[in-house]
Design a protein around this ligand. Structure first.
Ligand code: MN
Length: 271
């Protein structure tokens, strides 16, 4: 049986949990847009997790509201708007053999639903820091082998043992260094205007990688952010991103709709 999943912490945790209850042989990491475009060879005994539905699969588990199947779609597995697809899987099987992964599952929920504390955003450790080694926004070299290895380690090793592995600790050091430099730059280039923090990166060519939530930890009195930056593939133009704070949750403006009025788009909390 193959598992098709996403190469993020949620996708890996899905792999860990499913291996307890299903005879998962091969794991294939798939990007969601490839599944959406129908570019993926899906077989009748494949399990798809944390990815859009494909009618050719044997089982499907997902939690993304945007992937909600049309009413009446029949499939084996579960779709539920949960903090993570791993949580959807856990609730579906309710198998006590999965309980040893409770800590991993809780961290996966918090990471995937962006429910992190101020402290976890500023000084990530453990599973939260580990999740950043899989995040393309960390600008690390992408390695499929690393994803496969990590999935195996997560099945049997403690988080401390995993973090001490050279492949992991090297990546984590890079992330924490970048994040320090990113924090300094954010503080230099941001100002608060009422309840909105405005960050102007127009003159910055390649900012160091850092959490997109860090600005909210640095400006906890603000409940929304505006970021201005050079548009990547349109020289001379700027991009503008708006978002709700994940720390101070009082913002009520639907920023996706606001952006749509100016030719942009997005969700309620980010546009
Ligand atoms: Mn997910």
């Amino acid at each position: 049986m193959r598992l098709l999943t996403r190469a993020d912490l949620d996708g890996l945790t899905c792999g860990v949990l499913l291996s307890v209850v299903e005879p998962v042989g091969e794991v294939v990491f798939v990007e969601p847009h490839r599944m959406q475009r129908g570019d993926v060879d899906v077989r009748p005994d494949d399990i798809i997790a944390n990815l859009p539905y494909h009618p050719g699969c044997g089982m499907w588990f997902d939690h993304h509201i945007s992937n909600k199947p049309p009413e009446g779609t029949r499939f084996k597995g579960a779709f539920h708007v949960d903090p993570s697809a791993a949580r959807t899987i856990y609730d579906y099987y309710r198998d006590p053999r999965m309980d040893r992964y409770q800590e991993l599952l809780e961290a996966t929920d918090r990471v995937d639903a962006a429910r992190l504390t101020l402290e976890e955003i500023r000084n990530p450790t453990g599973y939260v820091l580990l999740s950043l080694t899989l995040d393309p926004r960390s600008h690390l070299e992408q390695s499929l082998q690393y994803c496969h290895d990590l999935l195996e380690w997560l099945k049997t090793e403690s988080i401390d043992t995993i973090m001490a592995r050279p492949e992991v600790s090297r990546r984590c050091r890079r992330i924490l260094d970048d994040q320090k430099r990113f924090e300094r730059l954010l503080l230099q280039r941001s100002r608060s205007e009422g309840n909105v923090v405005v960050t102007d990166f127009r003159s910055i060519d390649r900012p160091p990688a850092g959490s997109r939530f860090l600005v909210y930890a640095l400006f906890p009195q603000c409940n929304a952010s505006v970021k201005i930056y050079p548009a990547r593939d349109d020289e001379g133009s700027v991009g503008i991103s708006l978002g709700h704070s994940i720390v101070n949750r009082g913002q009520t403006v639907n920023v996706g709709r606001l952006c749509a009025r100016f030719g942009g788009g997005g969700h309620r909390g980010a546009g």
